[in-house]
Each structure stands twice: as structure tokens, then as C-alpha cells.
Write a protein that binds this ligand. Structure first.
Ligand code: BGC
Length: 767
């Protein structure tokens, strides 16, 4: 009895002193502070080894399944203090319930983190990241992340698994949809904007969340574009092309980093000490927490680098991986590894400290329920203002790929054959990784056109299924695809569409991929329009009616027939909750399209990886048809179908000469580059003015050009603006032959234009 009383008294004392400490400290910043250090040191001095290991465990509650297995006995583990964070659940009620389990049942009352894949919006869904990046509007991109954070934090969450900043040059890879495309410089700017949007400068506010930059590192370099495949890459390409966006996120203050599934030159990222301990922490100075990807510590065994999970736990911890997502190899093995002296407790301490620091910075020790406010959720989630913002972001992300003879915008009152498997889809509008988004709230193209003031007469026909492959359909629907398959023969469906076309002035064919054909584990070897959709387009073309193609897809597609035969092509990705309204805005011209591609569209899948900032080779092909020994294909040219940076407007722009402030500069100088851009059409419109640089001769081969700046400007008809860029030494630097980063003297070319292919040129000399 006495013993029990003593135990209860000690517990109460611990709780009381803890509460007092929590009240005394102040949450002011995202940085580590002496107060925080003191608080955590004190807390950790009371923790058992088991409690510390528990903090390293991140479990999925399985409301949503985002990996091959789900965590088991979660509630029991939370109550025992064996869980540090939970993901795949949200809503203030659900979060409060789990948080109470942790705070009321565990000895030290350490609150849980609540994470989720908030990738392109939380409840209000924005365009998929590849689409969002096509807006070339960093303020808009940041705003979308800010709104996502406001909604997510009102819905119980304090941690989002975004931004995904993997540079992707291979459109076969399904996850190209989740990032900002192929360019390192632009991808870095987007990474910063997303981090700013989510974290908002102060994690202690209850409407900001921790961002998690992923997938560290080089996941986009998967061989053959096949998901989870190894990455074999030169050090130069890593440093020059693939790592800068992660670095940009770290420099922008990202709170957490997620390691990737892939191996890097033979060493899986999750157990890669060079990557986490040396590069990320020591060289880049990252002080936050590192989390593994879904069961990726367990997968060290399948990779064949750890003999069993016991070894995997040691390998990952030593490499610097703090938190174990779902696999529980830490939970099951770190205790024994410590006893066996295979790891030292200080390694567990370091990981545990970083997780507790994250919780401290979020203010969870002050109030574990600060993100679980039902009232705030009601006021915040999907409010009108956010839906309006989603419509604005969506239309800015649309890219007009082709528009002949002013096929677009549509004439008000026109009769329109609205054809295609995606014309009435709502599920696909919110795209992949749209976690908490409700597709039933999404606006289809059909609905968007009806909502508009265009007074169109719509003759609808489905025309084709997205795919007729029964296995693929079953697979997509097993994972929430909601694909409705029309059982009619494709001939019957096509002939119905042709009849609709015949009685209309113009055909709008809404075709593409189903959202589930993009994203994780959704690589495609054939990146053309799936199923019978091309047959449908050909039949529609034969009617002689103007053919407008509205594309929906999560990757660059090969569209040679479409480009040669359609009158207009509008790339709409998967635009989110307001997709249909945004598409109607563009089709009817109430919004003049301004997006530009951030990933090259190849003519043929055999050309990939195809990207604008390639090297020349020693035998560059310059169009000499009969020359044999040139770097080229026999059956397709080296050109892309649409280059990086391409996108049209309903108006036209002309570019004047590129003017430089000097023809010779030193490394200390800044170079001012200007160009006059004029709206030569009859409508107001926005243009993304792009600046590229080429280092003509280097100690190592250099890309033909590299993006180093852009500005999105609005011009009235006939209006001209002088656009000014400043180039610094940083913009001219690269990893030289000895792997130091810096410039080399010599000639540089500067290009300014509306895409990566066409541009006005000037040259200068770096002394
Ligand atoms: C993905 C991550 C994601 C995680 C949690 C993994 O399969 O690679 O991007 O954040 O699951 O759902």
C-alpha cells in the first residue's frame, strides 16, 4: 500500500513539475533556444530507454492506406508510450481521441505528432504539383501551401509530408506528378515557396504545420522510370542537378526531411550515413528530424544490405534516420541492440531529442490539443475563399499547348460536342495524393461549362473508356479509382460521339489518364493516351469539325498525332476541386491561359530521359540528314514535342534584343540583363519571361542552357515592358573539374524567351 502511495505521489510530482515547466517556457520561434534545450534535457532525464524508443515510432492508423501494410494495435501502443507520431488520420475529434490516449495514459504525457500526406491541398484540393508548378507563380504556389496548412492544422494535423522536390526527367515515372518537374533552379524556388507556405515562419502558430521535404534523395533518378528502382548517378550530377532543391528547402527552414526508398549508388537512402549524417546534417547544417519512408527501414532487408530487421534498425539509426515510419524495426530491435552493445544509447538520445524538439516547436507541450479545435475546423475547411483561391490557382496552372486559327476561346452560345471519358469525371479532378479531398465536391468539365456564362449547347457522349484493360481497371478501382466502365463496344461509343460532333460547331474531347495511373507505384512504359482514346480522336477529326483536346494527365505524354491534327490542345493536369470551373474559364476565354510546362514532352517514349538542359555531346546533331556519325535516332528527331517552358496565350508576345549592362564582368560584378517584351495581340495576357545561361567552355562539359531566372508579367494589348534580370556569380557557378563549386572565366551566352527553345541571345565574357 505504502509503495503504491509513494509511486502515485512521484507520478503526480512528475506531472506537476512538467506542467509548470510547460507553462513557463515561451514558444516564439522555429529555432532551437536555450529554453527548449533545457526543457528537453529535463524531460529526457526522466525517460526510460523504452520511452525514448517509443518516440522514434511513427504509425499509420490505417484510415487511409498509403503503403503495403498497416500498423497494428495502435491504440494499445499509444497508451504504452510506444508511439511518437501517427499519420493517416485527421479531424479534430479523431486526433483528440488519440492525443488523449497518449497524454492521459503515458507516464510523461508526451503528446503525439499527427502527420498526413497533404500534397496539393488538404480539403480544398489544388492542382497536382506538376500542374501547380506550371503556373510559374511562386506567390500563388506559396499561397496554396498556406491554405493547405491552415486547413490541415484546423483538421488536427501538425505535420505534412510535402513538398516533394525530386527532380524528374523521366515521364514514365508516375511520381513525376508530385514534383515541380525537371529543372533544378526552378524546382529549388518552388521548394522554398512550399516550405514558406506550410511553416509560415513560425511553427508555434496554430495555423502552421511542419513541412517534410522528400524524398531524400534522388528518388526521381530511378532507373528506367520504374518506381523504387535503384539510382546510379555521378557525384557531379547529384550535386549539380538533383540535390539543390532539397538544399533549398533546408535553407528555407524545413522542419523535417523524409528519406527515400531508393538506393544511391548501392546504399539505400535510409541507411546512407553519407547522405544523412554527412551531407544533410554536417554540410548543410540541418538540425531537424529525419523520418524514413513507409516501411523503408524494413526494406533494407529486401534491398539485401541488412541481413535482418535487427541489423536494419542498427544500420538506419547509425546512418542518422530518426523516425521509423510503420515498419517498427526500431521499436522491436533498438532495446536489444543497446543491450548487445551494437549501438550506443546516445544515438537513440539524439534521435529522440530531435523528435521532442519538433513537438516543442509546435507548441504541443503547452497544449497537446491546439490543433484539435472543432470550431476552427468548421470555420476553415473548404471555406468559399479557399475554393475561389483553388479556382484561381487551377486556371493559372493550365497550359495552352496549341491553338490554331483561334480555335479557342469558344464563341458564346456555340454548340459543343463534349466528348471523352474524363468530361464528366469528378474523381479524377482532384488527382492522386488528394488525401482528405472529397471528390464529390469537385467540379467536372461538364459542370464547369454549365456553370459558366457561355450559354453553350452541350451535346455529350462518353466516346471511350480511359482504358479497357480489365486488370488495370480492377487495380485502379481497388485503390479508389472510381472508374466507371461503359460496357458498350468501343465502335458503338465512338459512333455516338461522332453523331454528337456532327450536330455541333466544335468538338471538345476531354481525354487523358485516370488519376490513379499517376503517382506512386504507377510507372508506365507507354506514355501515350491509354485505351481507345486515340481512335476516338481520329474518328472525331474525320467529321471535319474543329477539334479541341482537353488533356488530363500526371506526366508528359507522347502526343504526335494529337499535335499534328488537333486545332487546339489544352493541358489541364488534374486541377483539383475547382477543375471544371477553371477549365471553363480558359475554354471560354474569361481567363487568358498563362501556364508553361515544367517538364519536356517527348515525341516518343524512346527519347526519354529528354530534358532541355542536356549536354551537346562531341557529335551534336544539327539537322544533317545524311551524316551518319551524329548523336541522333534514325527514326525520330532529337526535338521534344513541346519543350520545357512552352505554353501559349490567347495573345502573342514579341521579344526585343537582349541587352547587357557590360560585355565583360569580373566575379565581383553583377550583370544586368534586359529585354523588351511586347504584347503583339489584341488581348491582355501574362507571359512567363525566361532567362537561360550557357557557359560555353568549361573544365567539364556544360549544359546547352540552364534556367537562371523568370518573371511573369501582365501586358495590355500593344503594351511593352522592359524586363530586367540580375545575374550574379552564383548563377554562373558549377561543380568544376576538381569538384569545387565556383565559376570559370570565359564566354557565356544569355537567352531570354518564352520557352527553353526560342530565345534572343547575347554574350559576355567573365574575366
Ligand atoms: C510515400 C511517401 C508518403 C508516405 C506516407 C510512401 O509510400 O513514398 O511519399 O509520404 O508513403 O504515406
Amino acid at each position: 500500500m505504502l509503495k503504491t502511495i509513494r509511486y502515485v505521489t512521484i507520478c503526480l510530482m512528475v506531472v506537476f513539475s512538467f506542467a509548470v515547466e510547460a507553462q513557463e517556457r515561451k514558444i516564439t520561434s522555429t529555432m532551437n533556444t536555450p529554453d527548449m534545450d533545457k526543457f528537453i534535457t529535463n524531460l529526457m532525464s526522466k525517460m526510460t530507454l523504452e520511452e525514448k524508443i517509443g518516440q522514434l515510432n511513427l504509425v499509420s492508423v490505417g484510415f487511409d492506406v498509403t503503403g503495403p501494410i498497416v500498423s497494428e494495435n495502435v491504440e494499445e501502443k499509444i497508451k504504452k508510450g510506444l508511439v511518437g507520431g501517427v499519420f493517416n488520420t485527421f479531424t479534430p475529434v479523431a486526433v483528440r481521441k488519440l492525443q488523449e490516449m497518449a497524454v492521459q495514459n503515458t507516464r510523461l504525457k508526451i503528446p503525439l505528432l499527427f502527420g498526413y500526406d497533404v500534397i496539393h491541398g488538404h480539403r480544398t484540393i489544388f492542382p497536382i504539383p506538376l500542374g501547380l508548378s506550371a503556373s510559374w507563380d511562386l506567390a500563388t504556389i506559396e499561397k496554396s501551401a498556406r491554405i493547405a496548412a491552415d486547413e490541415a492544422s484546423a483538421d488536427g494535423l501538425n505535420w505534412v509530408f510535402s513538398p516533394m522536390v525530386d527532380i524528374a526527367r523521366d515521364p514514365r515515372w508516375g511520381r513525376i506528378a508530385e514534383g515541380a518537374g525537371e529543372d533544378t533552379w526552378y524546382g529549388s524556388r518552388v521548394a522554398e515557396a512550399m516550405v514558406r507556405g506550410y511553416q509560415g515562419g513560425d511553427l508555434a502558430l496554430n495555423n502552421t504545420v511542419m513541412a517534410c521535404v522528400k524524398h531524400f534523395a534522388l528518388y526521381g533518378g530511378a532507373l528506367a522510370g520504374r518506381d523504387y528502382n535503384p539510382v546510379d548517378m555521378s557525384e557531379r550530377s547529384m550535386l549539380q542537378d538533383y540535390l539543390p532543391p532539397y538544399r533549398a528547402a533546408v535553407d528555407a527552414g524545413v522542419a523535417t526531411v523524409m528519406t527515400s526508398f531508393n538506393d544511391i549508388n548501392g546504399i539505400p537512402a535510409a541507411a546512407n550515413s553519407w547522405l544523412i549524417n554527412d551531407l544533410l546534417r554536417k554540410q548543410w547544417g540541418f538540425r531537424g528530424m529525419v523520418v524514413s519512408d513507409y516501411t523503408s527501414l524494413t526494406e533494407l532487408v529486401a534491398h539485401g544490405v541488412s541481413a535482418n530487421e535487427y541489423e536494419a534498425a542498427a544500420d538506419a539509426l547509425k546512418a542518422g534516420n530518426d523516425m521509423d515510419m510503420v515498419g517498427e524495426v526500431y521499436l522491436n530491435n533498438l532495446g536489444k541492440l543497446t543491450q548487445d552493445k551494437k549501438i550506443v544509447v546516445t544515438q537513440i538520445d539524439a534521435a529522440c531529442r530531435r523528435i521532442l524538439e519538433a513537438k516543442y516547436k509546435l507548441g504541443l507541450f503547452d497544449d497537446p490539443y491546439r490543433y484539435a479545435d472543432e470550431q476552427r475546423a468548421k470555420q476553415t475547411l473548404m471555406k468559399n475563399e479557399y475554393r475561389e483561391a483553388a479556382r484561381d490557382v487551377a486556371r493559372k496552372s493550365i497550359v495552352l499547348l496549341k491553338n490554331n486559327n483561334n480555335a479557342l476561346p469558344l464563341k458564346p452560345g456555340a454548340s459543343v460536342a463534349l466528348v471523352g471519358p474524363l468530361a464528366r469525371s469528378q474523381r479524377d479532378m482532384i488527382g492522386n495524393w488528394s488525401g482528405a479531398g472529397d471528390w464529390q465536391q469537385a467540379v467536372s468539365v461538364d459542370q464547369g461549362l454549365k456553370n459558366s456564362q457561355g450559354h453553350l449547347q452541350i451535346n455529350y457522349a462518353k466516346g471511350a473508356n480511359i482504358t479497357d484493360d480489365p486488370v488495370l481497371i480492377q487495380r485502379l478501382n481497388t485503390h479508389g479509382g472510381n472508374l466507371e466502365i461503359d460496357q458498350r463496344s468501343s465502335e458503338a461509343m465512338i459512333s455516338e460521339a461522332v453523331e454528337a460532333a456532327k450536330k455541333s460547331d466544335v468538338v471538345i474531347a476531354v481525354v487523358g489518364e485516370s488519376q490513379g495511373m499517376t503517382g506512386e507505384a504507377s510507372s508506365r512504359a507507354d506514355i501515350s493516351l491509354p485505351g481507345k482514346q486515340l481512335d476516338l480522336l481520329k474518328a472525331l477529326k474525320n467529321t471535319g469539325k474543329p477539334l479541341v483536346i482537353v488533356l488530363m494527365n500526371g506526366r508528359p505524354l507522347t502526343l504526335p498525332w494529337e499535335q499534328a491534327n488537333a486545332d487546339a490542345i489544352v493541358e489541364t493536369w488534374f486541377l483539383g476541386t475547382e477543375a471544371g470551373n477553371a477549365i471553363a474559364d480558359v475554354l471560354l476565354g474569361t481567363y487568358n491561359p498563362s501556364g508553361k510546362l515544367t517538364a519536356t514532352f517527348p515525341q516518343h517514349v524512346g527519347q526519354v530521359p529528354l530534358f532541355y538542359n542536356h549536354k551537346t555531346t562531341g557529335r551534336p546533331y544539327g539537322g544533317e540528314m545524311l551524316d551518319k556519325y551524329k548523336s541522333r535516332y534514325l527514326d525520330v528527331s532529337n526535338d521534344p514535342l513541346y519543350p520545357f517552358g512552352h505554353g501559349l496565350s490567347y495573345t502573342t508576345f514579341s521579344y526585343g534584343d537582349v541587352k547587357l549592362s557590360k560585355n565583360e564582368i569580373t566575379t565581383q560584378d553583377k550583370l544586368t540583363v534586359t529585354c523588351q517584351v511586347k504584347n503583339t495581340g489584341t488581348r491582355a495576357g501574362e507571359e512567363v519571361v525566361q532567362l537561360y545561361v550557357q557557359d560555353v567552355v568549361g573544365s567539364v562539359t556544360r549544359p546547352v542552357k540552364e534556367l537562371k531566372g523568370f518573371q511573369k508579367i501582365m501586358l495590355q494589348p500593344g503594351e511593352s515592358k522592359e524586363v530586367t534580370f540580375t545575374l550574379t556569380q552564383q548563377d554562373l557557378s558549377f561543380y568544376r573539374r576538381d569538384m569545387t563549386f565556383g565559376t570559370e572565366p570565359g564566354k557565356f551566352n544569355v537567352f531570354i524567351g518564352g520557352n527553353s527553345k526560342d530565345g534572343q541571345r547575347a554574350s559576355f565574357e567573365l574575366k
